[in-house]
Design a protein around this ligand. Structure first.
Ligand code: ME8
Length: 509
């Protein structure tokens, strides 16, 4: 039986159309999911939308539509965006779906009945756009530390979750699972800023607005949006009504999130799971932010373009590649169209595109598009064959450590070696000498085989391009097992005619 791998993105707020920041998390999750599928896992990749809350209620009101109408429109657009980015999710969850609403109500009731949720009064400082409560000491200049906007004092009768009860068990779990929170700096941040000062019980219901999941035994209250949202990771698997999928996929292997919501995923979520007596996720990775001109890309600031404009202008794989390659995974990075163009030109057009085009064109010119390997090897071949043969293991190591940009760089490095190999072996010179025909065939075979291996390893990152390359090679050796050793490219095939993969993007200046 295949080993399972459950990976999730956050479920995003459909308060406005999604921007390149949402694409960033989703593309990375997709690349990891595709990589795991390639390497033989039974992958469950989930994304979706977090549709309740005061912010959405307000937005819908401003737009003169119901909250449901408001979110339905954005979800349609989100699904179209994920399609245009080739996102291979297995399930798109929506918190307004009936089953989720019902299951969250059951979770809430269970916690109430067993005494982990109790009724009290809440007074606190609340940031509406972030849907977060803050303590006085967490504010920055009296404003929300996340978004910098005004916060308001809220006072209401409310239900509370006994977060404090789980503090010691949470710390123990952190200590026993050093890879639970990555990068490590985020774990220290959680301990120093939130856990060590002491966890307070969490307010988990609201009465100040209506757009949420009603507490079924006290319908003036709606469930706090973060309890509603975090539960998504298990309600979609049937919890608490059906345990078939829970048995198969829970606990999640990886919750991929942006750094600002690590605290919800590594404090509130594990404590809720402990209260429900369920295993905790294996890992939460909090990646950095993509910024524009050094500031956060923000739906509410509206300082961004529709990501489809980039896809239409430069192609889906240029956008995917840029998101995956440009920023060291975990750190913040700047998003700029100039950098996207520069990346596409240098790596995709020059390094990859040129290599594939030159190699297939020469195979046509000298051997009518038929790969043959007479194995007239020379010393210069060793380095290339060695690098290509080791690539699978190197990529595996990098991907297991979630060093996605480094995994890609390793493949690019091998592709650069291939280009260097062409410059050094000069096939066009060999072609002038009939006695060097077998050597020429070997050189081209080595290149074609290197391209095949790199194309398979690139498939999680730039799937459309990978498929185009493998189609040009006309090979059936396209699965992970075919990477077992160098030399699996068939010799009884005819390559398809060369096609340009990426045109260089000309810039105005
Ligand atoms: O937080 N750079 O939804 P959200 C990188 N509904 N990633 C970014 C980004 C940026 N500039 N902007 C957004 C929520 N993201 C909750 C989640 S999960 C149970 C509930 C990505 O619409 C990043 O993954 O505000 C971030 O964590 C997420 O979008 C926030 O999406």
């Amino acid at each position: 039986m295949k080993e399972k791998f459950y990976i999730s993105t956050p479920i995003y707020y459909p308060s406005a159309n999604f921007h390149i920041g949402h694409c960033y998390t989703t593309i990375i999750a997709d690349a990891i999911a595709r990589y795991k599928r390639l390497t033989g896992y039974d992958v469950y990749f989930q994304t979706g939308t977090d549709e309740h809350g005061e912010k959405i209620e307000k937005k819908a009101h401003e737009a003169g539509v119901t909250p449901q109408e408001y979110v339905d429109k954005i979800i349609e657009d989100a699904k179209d965006l994920w399609k245009s980015l080739n996102i291979s999710y297995d399930y798109f969850m929506r918190t307004t779906d009936d089953y989720h609403v019902r299951r969250v109500q059951k979770i809430f009731k269970k916690l109430y009945e067993q005494g982990d949720i109790y009724k009290g009064e809440y007074k606190g400082l609340y940031c509406i756009p972030c849907e977060s409560f803050w303590t006085e000491s967490q504010l920055v200049d009296g404003k929300c530390p996340d978004c910098g906007r005004e916060i308001k004092m809220v006072s209401e009768e409310a239900y509370f979750f006994k977060l404090s009860k789980y503090q010691d068990r949470l710390v123990k779990y952190y200590n026993e699972h050093p890879d639970f929170i990555l990068p490590l700096s985020r774990k220290n941040e959680m301990l120093n800023n939130f856990i060590n000062p002491g966890l307070e019980d969490l307010c988990v219901s609201r009465t100040s607005f209506k757009w949420g999941i009603p507490v079924d035994f006290d319908p003036d209250h709606v469930v706090y949006v973060w309890v509603d949202a975090l539960s998504n990771y298990i309600t979609t698997l049937g919890y608490p009504e059906d345990d078939t999928l829970m048995k198969k996929y829970w606990p999640a292997d990886l919750h991929l999130v942006g750094k600002e919501i690590v605290r919800f995923h590594t404090i509130i979520w594990p404590c809720l799971l402990m209260a429900l007596d369920l295993p905790l996720p294996k890992q939460v990775f909090g990646h950095g932010w993509l910024k524009i001109d050094g500031g956060k890309i923000s739906k509410s600031l509206g300082n961004y373009k529709d990501p489809r404009e980039y896809i239409n202008a430069y192609g889906v794989d240029a956008v995917r590649y840029y998101a995956l390659r440009e920023v060291p995974f975990g750190s913040d990075g700047n998003f700029s169209e100039e950098a996207l163009i520069a990346r596409t030109n240098s790596d995709l057009a020059n390094t990859l595109g040129n290599l594939v085009n030159r190699t297939i064109s020469m195979s046509y010119k000298y051997f009518d598009g038929k790969p043959v390997n007479p194995k007239v090897l020379e010393e210069i071949d060793d380095e290339l064959i060695h690098a290509v043969s080791n690539l699978k293991d190197i990529v595996e190591e990098k991907m297991n450590g979630l060093k996605v940009n480094e995994a890609i760089e390793e493949i690019m490095e091998v592709l650069r070696k291939c280009n260097k190999y062409i410059d050094e072996t000069t096939p066009w010179t060999l072609a002038k000498d009939e006695s060097k025909k077998d050597r020429l065939a070997t050189v081209l075979y080595n290149l074609l085989e290197s391209i095949r291996i790199c194309a398979i390893l690139l498939s999680p990152f730039i799937p459309e391009t990978s498929e185009k390359i493998l189609t040009q090679l006309n090979t059936k050796q396209t699965d992970y097992d075919s990477l077992e050793y160098f030399g699996k490219l068939e010799q009884d095939i005819t390559l398809n005619e060369p096609q340009i993969l990426f045109n260089r993007i000309e810039t105005k200046c």
